[in-house]
Design a binder for this molecule. Structure first.
Ligand SMILES: NC(=O)C1=CN([C@@H]2O[C@H](COP(=O)(O)OP(=O)(O)OC[C@H]3O[C@@H](n4cnc5c(N)ncnc54)[C@H](O)[C@@H]3O)[C@@H](O)[C@H]2O)C=CC1
Ligand SMILES: Cc1cc2nc3c(=O)[nH]c(=O)nc-3n(C[C@H](O)[C@H](O)[C@H](O)COP(=O)(O)O)c2cc1C
Length: 174
């Protein structure tokens, strides 16, 4: 008869889950770094984001988690369009500019941009850029989850990727 194996050492469990414990654990999840941009009637804006993932390829959809307290929140949600620019290792300083408290004009002055088919700014030398329209939104805790239908894919090069791991930047070559 099968039995559940017993282990000599008990599991080391953290409970209840505090914000700090969750963040410490999340810091061990390596992530791609992106700059999310928007433009339109509510103004131009952009922010650095690691909370981005693929949802489905039919229709091609990404999700982005945006803190509702971010200065870019109204521009992103009211314009209804975003471009997800995937960063290369050459963009580490740019990520800092878009992840800090820098005024919007200074953020965009730090790189070269083109206009995508939705009108969102496309980073000229991104690894790849997903030009999207926000199709659905929902709030979970502090964040707005944006479901984004991909309307165009721009560029693409094989430079080293910029990654974020244990609260620091790293790089990955293919
Ligand atoms: N999902 C998010 O909103 C993220 C926000 N950040 C922000 O960037 C700054 C620096 O972050 P770190 O150096 O990584 O140190 P940290 O200790 O603030 O975060 C560690 C990890 O926890 C997660 N995280 C951080 N803040 C979060 C939030 N409000 N909601 C959900 N997950 C969150 C991320 O995976 C992050 O890499 C902080 O202000 C942080 O809030 C960074 C990464 C993701
Ligand atoms: C590496 C990195 C990753 C980040 N990822 C996210 C994210 O996924 N979602 C988010 O809402 N904010 C994220 N942030 C924080 C935003 O970039 C930041 O809050 C945004 O630039 C707005 O700042 P502001 O309110 O000063 O304009 C990240 C910051 C850094 C440096």
């Amino acid at each position: 008869m099968n039995s559940i194996p017993s282990f000599a050492e008990p599991l080391d469990v953290i409970s209840p889950i505090t914000r700090e414990a969750f963040r410490d654990a999340m810091a061990k999840m390596v992530a791609a770094v992106n700059i999310i941009t928007t433009d339109g009637p509510a103004g131009r804006a952009g922010f650095a984001a690691t909370a981005v993932c693929s949802v489905t390829d039919s229709p091609a959809t990404l999700l982005i988690c945006l803190n509702r307290s971010a200065s870019v929140f109204d521009a992103v949600t009211q314009n209804g369009i975003v471009c997800v620019n995937v960063l290369s290792s050459s963009h580490e300083a740019l990520s800092g500019v878009f992840g800090g408290k820098t005024p919007v004009d200074e953020r965009f002055a730090a790189a070269e941009w083109r206009s995508g088919i939705t009108g969102a700014p496309v980073l000229s030398d991104a690894l790849v850029s997903f030009d999207c329209r926000i199709s659905e939104q929902c709030d979970i805790g502090t964040h707005r989850v944006l479901y984004c239908t991909v309307e165009g894919i721009h560029g693409g090069n094989d430079a080293e990727a910029l990654v974020y791991y244990r609260r620091a930047y790293g790089r990955i070559a293919s």
